[in-house]
Design a protein around this ligand. Structure first.
Ligand SMILES: Nc1ncnc2c1ncn2[C@@H]1O[C@H](COP(=O)(O)OP(=O)(O)OP(=O)(O)O)[C@@H](O)[C@H]1O
Ligand SMILES: [Mg+2]
Length: 294
């Protein structure tokens, strides 16, 4: 478990992003509930959690689209405020829902974003070419955004988020609905960006994606951060091996520290059993169920 933020939060350089007692209420719903979290420069951080956990609300507060009910967010020691355009320029956002200008071409979408962020004409042109190439969209540059495939639209949204060279990239379910091959290409794209120093905050329901990409993950549930660690440590926490068996019409799992322990436990069991290494998805499901008392 993480502590409840009693320690004094450092807002120095090492912690590029600091969330301090961050809370967002919508009427009776507390979408984000006293979130305390620090993310370091050049980290690849994953925010996981079931539907309605508060992930998008957290990202929306960070991207200044909505204001916290209480608490604060610091970027590089600077407190986020709706009017801080300087801070906005340091963040690139890939929102959960598609919001490209459908009646504009891929190029025009990037051009518009570049203008909004005050890029000069020549710089804009160069950056657009660079990003279209990077996202493998150069040959679709002059197609209307609405005519691109789902995967191409996602890539265009990433390109758009990168137009103004942000230090932090926020991606809210960027790979939803993509086929396996395109998703893997997106992973490489994200890895490459992070390797070049970009700090990445990603939300995803593809737990495998977080396991592969993220240095650390936070698990949210009911607006609260309930776990925070590296994927490997989280897996170790529930057990590195899983024993699966079918009972009363459902698949049940038991976790063990070693394969040997799992084999021993399975010894007297009837019917088909399966022993395999546990992954982050097993851990996620176990921890999520525990936290909601399921
Ligand atoms: N604009 C809003 N008005 C009212 N309630 C909201 C609003 N935005 C979010 N909520 C509520 O806040 C809670 C958290 O929603 P949020 O979108 O942050 O979850 P999420 O973790 O991103 O979920 P998902 O995985 O489904 O995208 C939900 O109960 C949601 O209904
Ligand atoms: Mg969401």
């Amino acid at each position: 478990m993480i502590d409840d933020g009693e320690e004094v939060v450092e807002r120095g350089k090492a912690n590029l992003l600091v969330f301090e007692s961050l809370t967002k209420k919508y009427g009776a719903i507390t979408a984000v509930d006293n979130l305390n979290l620090k993310i370091g420069r050049s980290e690849f951080f994953g925010l996981l959690g079931p539907n309605g956990a508060g992930k998008t609300t957290t990202i929306r507060m960070l991207s200044t689209l909505t204001t916290p009910s209480s608490g604060s967010i610091y970027i590089d020691g600077l407190k986020i405020d709706r009017n801080l355009t300087g801070i906005k320029a340091r963040i690139g956002v890939v929102p959960q829902h598609m919001n490209l200008e459908g009646e504009m071409t891929a190029w025009q979408n990037l051009e518009l974003h570049g203008r909004l962020y005050g890029l000069k004409k020549e710089a804009r042109q160069q950056r657009i070419e660079e990003l279209l190439e990077f996202t493998e969209l150069s040959d679709r540059a002059h197609d209307l955004a609405r005519k691109l495939s789902g995967g191409m639209k996602r890539k265009l949204m990433i390109a758009r988020a990168l137009m103004h060279r942000p230090e932090i990239l926020l991606m809210d379910e960027p790979t939803v609905g993509l086929d396996a091959a395109v998703r893997r290409k997106m992973w490489d794209l994200m890895k490459g960006l992070n390797k070049n120093g970009l700090t990445v905050l990603l939300t995803t329901h593809y737990i495998e994606e977080a396991e592969i990409l993220c240095g650390r993950v936070g698990l949210m549930n009911g607006g609260k951060l309930v776990e925070l660690d590296t994927p490997d440590n989280l897996i170790a926490k529930t057990g590195r091996f899983v024993l699966e068996y079918f009972e009363n019409g459902e698949t049940r799992s038991r976790f063990f520290a070693s394969r040997q322990d799992a084999i021993q436990s399975a010894a007297g069991m009837e019917g088909g059993v399966n022993i395999r290494p546990a992954n982050l998805e097993d851990t996620f499901i176990t921890l999520t169920n525990r936290k909601v008392g399921g």
